[in-house]
Design a protein around this ligand. Structure first.
Ligand code: GLN
Length: 547
């Protein structure tokens, strides 16, 4: 049975709970343990799939096709453990399951209540796969005191009682605000937050305190006394220049030792931190810099492309350079020459996206990259835009477009080189979807195999012709245009195993122009940069030498 670590937050949101959880997971791995990380989100959406990236940041997709919170991306990047559907849950999902059961009559006519029915459902979620790992780290979204979060807090309280003594640990993350006028760090908000936790029956074992300033011993002692933890269990979390230093920083602060002590694991296995030392060295000591433009729609909120930004950083680490990302709003040059906005970048990336807005600008960005021989990586929508550009400007299909835009506008304006796919094969199953299906479930989601053409650029980049990548889209490039586009020079270098769905396109006479229907960024890790990103950055370095 796994030992459980529950991670909660107080005082304010956005303290980096997800990162702290991920870093702790990495540190436990460095001590030789196996881990799995989970996220419990109190909001009422059933999953983040239909939430706006402007509001919620990126939707992280798992191999088994779940649309989850971006914190699961942090977990994977730090631990390398592929997240599953069963690692993410929201109040919405819990309630809808409880209500389905009620409708089916599973509760035999009983009155359905938050305790025990909702809390039991949450506890069932916590227990899945608990025999598989040494430590299960469960992060509760939001902050203590949120109304929606209460059933989750109650469930983890009960869970620690249901298990043998000493099998569960509560770690609480708070903020110590700094008052400039008096030059002091304030502990009172943390005291209140812990009081709130204790009022619902949870006594934290470890306090992780975010602070912009060194925490003096006096304040640590005070926190320990008033919050009823040991002074050694008050862990300082200072701001870092790179998130990838977090495992080392938390180790220096004593977090992993405090956790093992709390579980009475003695002697604690010695940590092997070389992976993270190497990662930090690559982040902090780059030998050059390249400038990459991300031409997208959700550019005001960088979290909307979180995994892409991280994967580019990993690509930089693979080449020992810093990747300077600039966010360019595609809409600006929808009906203008993009050159003034794109000149000076060493590479251009067009990420995924939904809807027509900004797509003319993205098509122009693809054209600019093709004509000027600037390295281009098109991801999902970014690949579709590259295909439309090729069709319009090289293959002579002047009205080429995507059915997505016609669906949106309700008018038939384009020749659909990108069309809505209604039926496809996943493993041994056939999946069918209609345009008007439930919003949450109409996409090709999760891991699919692709076969790469021998001798193609991508096959060289990957070093293999068999790959598996994660998808999240409704529309596909129509195979019926393959011959025409290949004649124009756009090679279909990656296909689904049945040969029906184009997965990758590349310009043969371009130094580096690749479009992929999937999301490679989701599988990149700092200690294992994704080959496409590593090679894209390498190409950017080459193009920087030409400028
Ligand atoms: N909107 C496009 C589709 O649904 C692309 C999706 C994406 O980029 N993730 O196919």
């Amino acid at each position: 049975m796994a030992r459980y670590i529950f991670i909660t937050g107080g005082v304010v949101s956005s303290l980096g709970k997800g990162l702290a959880s991920a870093a702790l997971g990495a540190l436990l791995q460095a001590r030789g343990y196996s881990v799995r990380l989970r996220k419990l989100d109190p909001y009422l959406n059933v999953d983040p799939g239909t939430m706006s990236p402007f509001e919620h940041g990126e939707v992280f997709v798992t191999d088994d096709g779940a649309e989850t919170d971006l914190d699961l991306g942090h977990y994977e990047r730090f631990t390398g453990v592929a997240a599953r559907k069963s690692d993410s849950v929201s109040s919405g999902r819990i309630y809808s399951t409880v209500l389905e059961k009620e409708r089916r009559g599973d509760y035999l006519g009983k009155t359905i209540q938050v305790i025990p029915h909702v809390t039991n459902e949450i506890k069932d979620f916590l227990s899945v796969g608990s025999n598989e790992v040494d430590f299960m780290l469960c992060e509760i979204g939001g902050t203590v005191g949120d109304i929606e979060g209460l059933p989750f807090f109650e469930a983890i309280r009960q869970y620690s009682q249901d298990r043998d003594r000493g099998q569960c640990l509560f770690m609480h993350l708070t903020l110590l605000p700094y008052i400039k006028a008096s030059g002091e760090l304030k502990t009172k908000p943390t005291q209140h937050s812990v009081k709130e936790l204790r009022s619902i029956g949870i006594a934290p074992d470890i306090l992780v305190c975010r602070s912009e300033h060194q925490i003096p011993q006096k304040e640590r002692d005070k926190l320990a006394l008033f919050c009823n933890v040991r002074p050694g269990d008050v862990i300082a979390a200072y701001d870092l220049n790179s998130i990838y230093e977090a495992p080392l920083a938390y180790h220096r602060a004593g977090l992993d030792q405090a956790v093992l002590d709390a579980f009475h694991i003695t002697p604690a296995p010695r940590p092997k931190l070389d992976r993270w030392e190497d990662v930090a060295d690559r982040v902090y000591n780059p030998e050059g810099e390249v400038k990459v433009a991300i031409v997208g729609k959700y550019t005001q909120l960088e979290d909307a492309y979180k995994s892409i930004a991280e994967a580019l950083t990993h690509g930089g680490m693979a080449n020992r350079v810093k990747v300077k990302i600039e966010w360019v709003d595609a809409e600006i040059f929808d009906s203008e020459d993009p050159a003034p906005y794109l000149e000076g970048f060493h590479a251009i990336l067009v990420p995924g996206g939904f809807g027509e807005r900004g797509t003319e600008g993205k098509i122009k960005a693809a054209q600019f990259a093709r004509e000027r021989k600037v390295p281009y990586l098109g991801i999902c929508l970014g690949m579709q835009m590259a295909v439309i550009e090729a069709a319009r400007n090289v293959a002579g299909i002047k009205t080429a477009g995507s059915e997505e835009f016609d669906h949106e506008s309700g008018k038939k304006r384009f020749e659909p080189v990108v069309y809505h796919l209604k039926e496809w094969v996943q493993g041994n199953y056939k999946v069918s979807r209609a345009v008007g299906d439930d919003k949450g479930g109409t996409m090709r989601l999760g891991a699919y195999d692709a076969v790469l053409q021998e001798g193609s650029k991508v096959a060289k980049v990957y070093g293999t012709t068999q790959i598996e990548e994660r998808h999240r889209h409704r529309y596909e490039v129509d195979i019926k245009y393959r011959e025409q586009l290949e004649k124009a020079g756009l090679c279909f270098s990656g296909m689904s195993p049945d040969g029906k769905l184009p997965e990758i396109v590349e310009w043969t006479d371009h130094p580096w122009f690749i479009g992929v229907q999937f999301h490679p960024e989701l599988k990149s890790k700092p200690f294992e940069p994704h080959p496409l990103f590593a090679d894209f950055v390498r190409a950017a370095i080459e193009s920087s030498r030409l400028v």
